[in-house]
Design a protein around this ligand. Structure first.
Ligand code: TRP
Length: 323
C-alpha cells in the first residue's frame, strides 16, 4: 500500500522551546516512519503579523530548521523546505483566492483574534487560511498534524478543496487534520509554555541556563519548605518530570506529597533530566553550527524536491482551470 502523505508547517516567529518540541516536533519525528513527509518553514505566513521588521527572519528560519534536525527530522526521509523558495505556493494562493468569499474569510476565528489583539485588518491576515490551503494541497497531503488551534484552518482548507474540485474536476486532495494528544507543558510561571509569555526553555538552551531557569520555576504555593506536603498535580515542575523523568514520577509524587522531597532538590533533579534528554539534540546542533553550509545544502535539496511535486500539481491545476 502506498504511504500516506503528511505536510506540516511552522511559522518562524521565534526560537523553538519545549512546548514546540512536545506539541509538534515529537509528533513530526514519529510520523516520518509511516508517511512520506513534507515539513515547511512558512516564512510568508510569518510576515502576516511580522512584516514590519524582518531583520531576523532569514536567521530564524535556519535556527528553527536546525532545531528540527537536531531532534530527529531526517532530511533523507523527509522533505524539509522553505515556503518562499517554492513560488508555486504564491500561484496557487492567488488562484484559490478567487474561490474565497470575504464573508467566509472574516468568520475565521484566528483572524478575529488577531484583530482583537490590535493587528490592523489587512489582506495578508485575511488570506492566511488560503495560503495555508495552498501549502497543503500542492503536495496532495492527506494528513496534516496540527494543534487544536489550527482545526478551523483545516476545515477551511477542506471546504476550498471541495469547491475547487466541484468547479474544475477532481484535482486536489481533501486533507485530514491529525490531532495528537500531547502532554501539558507549563513554562516557568506555570502558564502554558509560550514565547509570548516569555516563560520558555529552549530546545537549544545551554545546560547552565536550563539550571537557572528551572530554579525560577513556580511550584505548589502551599509547599513553602521541605517537610511541607506538596501537591504534584498543581506543580509545573512535576508536570515536566512527568515528561522528562518518566521512570521516577511515582516516587517523586509520593515524596513530594509526604514532604520528604524538597522543591530545591526536586528542581535539581528536573534540570538533570532535561539536560540529559536534550543532550543528543545539543550535540547534533553543535555539529550543524560548526558547518552552516550543511543546513544550506539540506534546504537547497528540500526546496528542489518540494518544487518538483508542487509544479506537478500546478500543471494539473492550470490545465483544469484552462489557464
Ligand atoms: N498556521 C500554522 C500554525 O500557525 C502554520 C502553517 C502554515 C501550517 N501552513 C501550514 C500548518 C500547513 C500545517 C500545514 O501553526
Amino acid at each position: 500500500m502506498a504511504k500516506g502523505r503528511v505536510l506540516s508547517g511552522m511559522r518562524p516567529t521565534g526560537r523553538l522551546h519545549l512546548g514546540n518540541l512536545e506539541g509538534a516536533l515529537r509528533n513530526w519525528v514519529n510520523l516520518q516512519s509511516e508517511y512520506e513527509c513534507f515539513f515547511v518553514s512558512v516564512n510568508w505566513h510569518a510576515l502576516t503579523t511580522g512584516y514590519e521588521d524582518t531583520r531576523e527572519l532569514r536567521a530564524l528560519v535556519r535556527d528553527n530548521v536546525m532545531d528540527w534536525l537536531s531532534v530527529g527530522i531526517d532530511p533523507q526521509k523527509s522533505v524539509v523546505f522553505v515556503q518562499s523558495e517554492v513560488k508555486q505556493h504564491a500561484e496557487l494562493y492567488l488562484l484559490l483566492g478567487m474561490l474565497s468569499g470575504i464573508g467566509w474569510l472574516e468568520r475565521c476565528t484566528t483572524y478575529k483574534d488577531w484583530l482583537d489583539n490590535g493587528y490592523e485588518p489587512n489582506y495578508g491576515l485575511l488570506g492566511y487560511p488560503v495560503l495555508m490551503t495552498a501549502d497543503i494541497v500542492l503536495y496532495k497531503a492527506d494528513t496534516v498534524p496540527v494543534g487544536r488551534d489550527q482545526l478551523q484552518h483545516l476545515e477551511m482548507a477542506r471546504e476550498l478543496v471541495r469547491r475547487f474540485n466541484r468547479l474544475y474536476g477532481e484535482v486536489l486532495v481533501e486533507p485530514q487534520a491529525k490531532l495528537t494528544e500531547f502532554p501539558h507543558v507549563p513554562g516557568i510561571d506555570g502558564r502554558k509554555m509560550s514565547k509570548s509569555y516569555r516563560n520558555e526553555i529552549l530546545i537549544a538552551e545551554k545546560p547552565e541556563v536550563i539550571q537557572q531557569k528551572v530554579r525560577r520555576f513556580f511550584t505548589d504555593p502551599q509547599k513553602l519548605r521541605r517537610g511541607d506536603p506538596g501537591r504534584p498535580e498543581v506543580c509545573p515542575v512535576f508536570a515536566l518530570h512527568n515528561i522528562y523523568t518518566r521512570s521516577e514520577t511515582e516516587e517523586i509524587a509520593a515524596d513530594c506529597r509526604s514532604g520528604a522531597l524538597g522543591c530545591v532538590e526536586c528542581k535539581d533533579k528536573l534540570s538533570q533530566s532535561l539536560i540529559e534528554a536534550l543532550a543528543p539534540a545539543r550535540a547534533r546542533r553543535a555539529q550543524l553550527e560548526r558547518n552552516p553550509q550543511e543546513i544550506e545544502d539540506i534546504l537547497t535539496d528540500g526546496n528542489r524536491r518540494a518544487r518538483e511535486v508542487a509544479e506537478q500539481t500546478m500543471q494539473e491545476v492550470r490545465e483544469a482551470m484552462k489557464l
